[in-house]
Write a protein that binds this ligand. Structure first.
Ligand SMILES: *[C@@H]1O[C@H](CO)[C@@H](O)[C@H](O)[C@H]1NC(C)=O
Ligand SMILES: *[C@@H]1O[C@H](CO)[C@@H](O)[C@H](O)[C@H]1NC(C)=O
Ligand SMILES: *[C@@H]1O[C@H](CO)[C@@H](O)[C@H](O)[C@H]1NC(C)=O
Ligand SMILES: *[C@@H]1O[C@H](CO)[C@@H](O)[C@H](O)[C@H]1NC(C)=O
Ligand SMILES: *[C@@H]1O[C@H](CO)[C@@H](O)[C@H](O)[C@H]1NC(C)=O
Ligand SMILES: *[C@@H]1O[C@H](CO)[C@@H](O)[C@H](O)[C@H]1NC(C)=O
Ligand SMILES: *[C@@H]1O[C@H](CO)[C@@H](O)[C@H](O)[C@H]1NC(C)=O
Ligand SMILES: *[C@@H]1O[C@H](CO)[C@@H](O)[C@H](O)[C@H]1NC(C)=O
Length: 679
């Protein structure tokens, strides 16, 4: 009880509200749920004990409103211009049936709070067929619409629209968010039950109204979904109410709001995602016709059918049972249902198997809903310890977005099993192209393109993301090729996250022989510089078409690729180290890239460039430093390095250290490596 009171108190404190109405600086924020919030609620709207604002529950023909109780001043003086304003809110829609629910949520600005004559369903509880389209409504609404209504010219059943005095949108688009990094819009499903955030920003000077939406774990995208030039001065009145309305029709859903912030003449204060209340566990029913059709036929048959249906349901329940704990709800969007993965992989059929490795199996799949191809890595996990941190890490890595990284889409957990879901890479691993006979040899432009791509992906991990991500296992085998032969770094199972500017602690030694920096073999400390070292070896591997360490039987060449290239460099024959299968190339380019490879795999970490510099060298934006001054130590150092390897092998005999292991496809990449569960 005490805790509850404290919560209410906190909410009241957080719900700071300043009403200096005529000055146009109204603002308020509800970021800790709505417990104790002073909102005007009507219809089906209610505030749940844990602070959710539920506008409708799963019941037909409902409408519900939640309105800020005071009018806000939208212009300084009558006839003047409407102020700029900004608002943001987090919502979730939980439909009754999978992918079927209605009708949606609107945010509105209205001169009245009296919606007694408004109709639910497609009118969202704000208008009715008589008032729809009437300029005297003075209503602006942003609709999140989950039903396609042809009279209203709805574009589809999953769209966001701007409505002026009418529920027929002035402009609307399929729900989607802009990805800053890839500069693409990604579709969203409003009915997915996932938490999503909306921003509505109006610039009174420019007279533009922007609407932006994104999954809650993605920061506000740079570009809005909708941007409409509209003079709201001729639409809105001086003082208006702001609030939300929601409705159900013959199809129904629970419509939830989790947080809301509004500000006149400025940016709405950001919502703290971590303090929002949590939504109830998804209780979405599958559409099932069996019961209603078959049961009434004959009583006797019905009994039997009933029994078998019951057995079927119980079996199904067991078959699709998965583990979800409360703390996981925040990762909702990245959590795949076991059922979805089961369907995608056709029941984890052997036919869909991409490969088997030490940690489990990797299957190819196609997600039914979006028709996207995925690779599902299925691993066993017995221990509960560490799983929470691990999932947090997965969720965090899932937010990495770069065209040269294999996207980690999410995960699923059952008792004893863990599934990681990745983008499917049709061309498999680069290793296969370099070292196996079956594949066509890559030409020089393709190889250069792959090297540049991987460099850019690694630069993003090291320098451009919110945290420094050290990959720890860069090698050809971990680079996958997409359909356009872009190189994409895969498997972040080994990556550990470090906050910028903190000293990476010594952790488990992971990595692959031949790619390990000498200081790493000695100290076990992975840093961005140990990644750069491995990247240097990777460059040489790609250009020379040789493994970093050739088995002794082929001893007509040096055992270490790096040493062999250095020797050739000293003799002035570095270009001869290239893969002989490459026919056309430019000497200058080839030399530059090989020298860059040597510079990156320099035994002294201080002599290696950062990934930012590497990208500059590769793009010709900065000249490559002369190698000669530092390279003299190379042989001595690599001797020590050799020794380092021996020590390493003696003290840390791990299987992934086998040199020359050939990865034939994505499965190898995903399976070869330890996902370090820390258990
Ligand atoms: C809620 O706000 C209204 C309008 O400002 C005010 O009249 C009322 O007293 C407030 N109620 C509470 C409990 O603060
Ligand atoms: C709301 O409007 C209706 C119709 O205009 C009216 O009958 C009713 O009294 C109003 N309700 C309130 C609370 O003002
Ligand atoms: C769009 O908004 C204007 C007001 O600016 C309104 O007059 C017009 O009817 C709306 N158009 C549509 C298609 O709803
Ligand atoms: C997004 O959805 C729209 C409408 O269903 C569809 O036309 C479009 O192709 C989808 N885009 C992607 C990238 O899936
Ligand atoms: C609306 O979006 C456009 C395009 O991104 C941007 O230039 C403009 O500043 C935005 N306006 C507001 C009020 O957010
Ligand atoms: C996208 O860019 C905007 C503006 O630069 C920034 O505020 C936002 O955090 C970025 N979002 C992501 C997901 O990187
Ligand atoms: C916007 O509308 C207001 C009220 O109708 C009008 O006074 C003003 O001139 C309009 N502004 C522009 C730029 O059209
Ligand atoms: C969000 O809330 C959490 C938990 O109360 C707090 O630790 C964190 O500092 C807050 N973040 C911001 C940006 O206010």
């Amino acid at each position: 009880m005490q805790f509850k009171q404290l919560r209410v108190l906190v909410c009241i404190l957080i719900m700071e509200y300043l009403s200096a109405s005529s000055d146009g600086d109204d603002h308020f924020i509800f970021t800790n749920g709505f417990s104790g919030a002073n909102l005007s609620l009507d219809g089906a709207a209610t505030i749940t004990p844990n602070g959710l604002l539920r506008l409708t529950r799963v019941e037909k023909q409902q409408k519900g409103h939640a309105i800020f109780p005071n009018r806000l001043q939208f212009r300084r003086s009558p006839g003047g211009n409407i102020f700029s304003f900004s608002t943001t809110f987090v919502f979730a829609i939980i439909p009754e049936y999978y992918n079927l629910g209605g009708h949606g949520i609107v945010f509105f600005i209205s001169p009245t709070m009296n919606f007694s004559t408004a109709i639910p369903s497609q009118f969202f509880g704000i208008l009715n067929s008589n008032t729809n389209g009437d300029p005297s409504n003075h209503i602006l609404a942003i609709e999140l619409d989950t039903i396609q209504n042809s009279e209203l010219y709805d574009i589809d059943d999953d769209h966001v629209g701007i409505d002026i005095n009418s529920v027929q949108s002035n402009t609307s688009k399929h729900a989607a968010y802009f990805d800053n990094l890839t500069s693409e819009f990604h579709n969203l499903s409003l009915l997915s039950g996932e938490l999503m955030q909306v921003w509505v920003d109006y610039d009174g000077g420019e007279m533009t109204l922007n609407v932006t939406i994104s999954p809650v774990q993605v920061m506000k995208p740079k570009r809005p979904l909708l941007s409409l030039v509209v003079n709201l001065s001729s639409i809105l009145l001086d003082s208006m109410y702001v609030g939300f309305s929601s409705s159900t029709g013959t199809v129904v859903a629970s419509h939830y709001l989790l947080g809301w912030s509004f500000k006149m003449n400025g940016m709405a204060d950001a919502l703290n995602i971590s303090t929002l209340p949590s939504i109830p566990k998804l209780a979405i029913k599958e559409k099932s016709k069996y019961l209603t059709i078959w049961l009434p036929v004959v009583v006797c048959v019905a009994l039997l059918t009933g029994l078998s249906v019951a057995i079927f349901m119980v079996k199904r329940r067991i078959q699709f049972a998965e583990l979800i704990e409360d703390w996981e709800l925040q990762y909702g969007p990245q959590r795949f249902s076991y059922k979805a993965l089961f369907k995608a992989t056709k029941g984890f059929k052997d036919k869909e198997l991409l490969g088997i490795g030490g940690f489990g199996r990797v299957y190819k799949g196609v997600l039914a809903k979006s028709n996207t191809e995925i690779a599902v890595k299925k691993m066993s996990h017995e221990s509960r310890q560490g799983i929470r941190e691990f999932i947090a890490e997965i969720a965090s890595l899932g937010r990495l977005r770069h065209r040269n990284l294999v996207q980690l889409l999410g995960y699923c957990r059952r008792r004893g099993e863990l599934f990681l879901v990745y983008d499917y890479m049709p061309n498999g691993s680069l290793d296969k192209f370099l070292h196996s006979q079956g594949k066509p040899a890559l030409n020089w432009p393709q190889r250069l393109h792959i090297i540049k791509g991987v460099a850019s992906g690694l630069e993003y991990l090291h320098e451009d993301w919110e945290q420094v991500v050290i990959h720890r296992d860069i090698k050809a085998n971990n680079v996958l090729l997409d359909s356009e032969l872009n190189g994409r770094l895969g498997d972040f199972g080994l990556a550990r996250l470090y906050d910028h500017d903190t000293d990476p602690q010594t952790t488990h030694i992971v990595g692959t022989m031949g790619y390990l920096a000498p200081e790493f073999a000695r100290t076990g400390r992975a840093t961005t510089m140990t990644d750069v070292f491995a990247f240097g070896v990777f460059i040489l591997e790609v250009v020379c078409g040789r493994r970093p360490i050739e088995p002794k039987s082929q001893a007509d060449h040096q055992i270490l690729l790096v040493d062999w290239v250095v020797e050739n460099w000293q003799r002035g024959t570095i270009v001869d180290t290239r893969d002989p299968r490459m026919e056309e190339y430019k000497d200058d380019d080839l030399e530059l890239v090989l020298e860059l490879g040597l510079l990156c795999s320099h035994p002294l970490s201080a002599s290696r460039p950062t990934m930012r510099q590497v990208v500059q060298y590769l793009n010709g934006d900065a000249p490559l430093p002369q190698l000669s001054s530092t390279i003299a130590n190379f042989n001595l150092q690599s001797f020590q390095q050799n020794k380092g390897f021996d020590e390493y092998v003696l003290s840390y005999p791990i299987s992934s250290a086998t040199p020359g292991r050939s990865g034939d496809d994505q499965s190898e990449v995903l399976l070869n490596n330890t996902v370090d569960l820390d258990v």
